[in-house]
Design a protein around this ligand. Structure first.
Ligand SMILES: Cc1cc2nc3c(=O)[nH]c(=O)nc-3n(C[C@H](O)[C@H](O)[C@H](O)COP(=O)(O)OP(=O)(O)OC[C@H]3O[C@@H](n4cnc5c(N)ncnc54)[C@H](O)[C@@H]3O)c2cc1C
Length: 431
């Protein structure tokens, strides 16, 4: 027989977003709160991120991932939030029933509010249609990070990394420190995908080459990866020039993260095609009353501090109960904008508006436009797809009229800081 549990709030996922959301619900007076985590420990992806760089905005100091997570675990320990680890949520229904399983059997929670905080997952080889054989030695960068930092195994001795996302950059440094030869980071786009600071600290400081506008055209090897064929691409991603062979025994993929939204689909929560997560308002409430989402399940945020901030907003709103609200103001990404969060603005008008640029621009202007009329603008000297721009929602003079507001980013095209300068391959590569 399943166990039926009445609750005020059920939070799904015990990473930084889930922990901060549960704490925020507690701080605003909720008392029957369950935090459900499928792993044996709270902390989410932070547990495998043993490098520093977490918490600069929230704590004003550079913590490692586990240190950052520990601060929230300790705070949770001082509350009455019921934490169920080793508990996987299987389904969430439209009536907010949350079905979970653990060693104790099946649980069906009936909360007044459900908070989705399941984070994101990595794109895999199949998703990027990587051609070649299917030997051992191909890992996602996050999987390799788990193997090295948590399990204590090295994935290989000679590595090529495809994609310049942050996890790939961090793994290039991590593997180098462990004595692995990282031959190159290969990026199909003309710009770096990750944070600039990670490029400097993880590649430049260790003399690891970054090949922009390049990709892996073929994986070689039968039993184990023996090398990759790498070549330059044109603006449309088509091959340009000769392919070069880089011998290696391991290929890591750092080719993007996608919000983990399967549970939201079943619950009928509307999703945004540009962010990959649900539509949310400034309190991270979804379009369906009683459902909230925060952290990387909403959009892949650059920093854990932004993730925590998003989660801290849900408690107050939950404490106000389900109320009839006026239709929100709808925000849509316009020219030059890849994604925005939140996409709805209601009465509160607090928190941050996050904007992901589509391309690298300099001397740019970020403006909010309604029916052709500019409501507000700020200058952005330099922006890149790898770094979100964030604005304080309270600073923006929001219009009374509830017509769509477009977020537009215009400026001079700027082919990243490094373009053209990095085709300096290390030894070990031949034409
Ligand atoms: C390699 C790497 C390096 C990073 N470096 C930095 C950095 O230097 N500085 C920085 O600020 N940020 C960094 N980040 C980003 C930061 O770690 C993430 O933004 C943050 O962990 C996301 O928090 P989250 O709670 O949304 O998701 P996660 O941390 O992924 O947590 C989601 C949790 O949900 C659980 N879950 C998922 N599905 C279910 C289910 N069905 N049932 C129960 N539980 C479920 C998962 O097990 C997981 O514990 C890095 C991230 C990575 C991957």
């Amino acid at each position: 027989m399943p166990k039926f549990v009445e609750a005020e709030v059920v939070v799904i996922g015990g990473g930084p977003a889930g922990m901060a959301a549960a704490l925020s619900a507690w701080e605003y007076g909720m008392r029957k709160i369950f935090l459900l985590e499928r792993n044996a420990h709270l902390g989410g992806i932070l547990n495998q991120c043993i490098h520093p760089g977490f918490g600069l905005h929230i704590f004003g100091e550079e913590l490692t991932g586990p240190e950052y997570a520990e601060r929230y675990m300790e705070a949770l320990g001082r509350t009455g939030v019921e934490v169920l680890t080793d508990t996987t949520v299987l389904e969430v229904h439209k009536d907010r029933a949350v079905v979970a399983v653990n060693r104790g059997g099946i649980w069906i929670f009936h909360p007044q509010a459900v908070v989705f905080a399941m984070g994101c997952r990595e794109r895999t080889r199949g998703m990027i249609r990587l051609p070649g054989t299917r030997p051992a030695g191909i890992f996602t960068a996050g999987c390799a990070q788990y193997l090295v930092n948590v399990e204590g195994y090295l994935p290989g001795k000679r590595v090529v990394i495809l994609g310049s996302g942050d996890i790939g950059l961090i793994m290039a440094r991590r593997l180098t420190l462990e004595g692995v030869k990282v031959e190159a980071v290969v990026e199909i786009r003309p710009t770096l995908s990750g944070l600039l600071r990670n490029y400097v600290q993880c590649l430049q400081d260790f003399h690891i080459p970054l090949l922009l506008s390049h990709t892996v055209f073929e994986v070689l090897g039968q039993e184990r990866v023996e090398g990759v064929l790498v070549g330059e691409v044109d603006a449309k991603g088509k091959p340009k020039g000769r392919l070069r062979h880089i011998p290696c025994d391991t290929l890591l993929l750092s080719v993007g993260l996608i919000p983990e939204v399967e549970l939201l689909k079943r619950a009928g929560i509307p999703l945004c095609s540009s962010s990959g997560g649900p539509f949310v308002d400034e309190d991270f409430a979804c379009d369906v009353p009683g459902f909230f989402a925060c952290g990387n399940v909403v959009a892949v945020f650059d920093l854990v501090d932004y993730v925590t901030r998003s989660a801290e907003r849900v408690g107050k709103r939950i404490s106000e109960g389900l109320r009839d609200e006026k239709p929100p103001l709808i925000l849509v990404p316009g020219k030059g904008v890849a994604a925005i969060v939140p996409q709805r603005i209601r009465e509160r008008r607090e928190g941050f508006l996050y904007v992901r640029p589509k391309e690298s621009l300099r001397k740019a202007k970020l403006s909010l436009v309604q029916q052709g009329r500019e409501l507000y603008h700020v200058s952005v000297p330099l922006c890149r797809p790898g770094e979100m721009i964030h604005l304080e929602i309270s600073q923006i003079p929001w219009p009374k009229e509830r017509k769509e507001v477009e977020v537009v980013l215009e400026g001079e095209k700027h082919v990243d800081l490094f373009s053209g300068a990095l085709y300096c391959m290390s030894s070990g590569m031949s034409d």
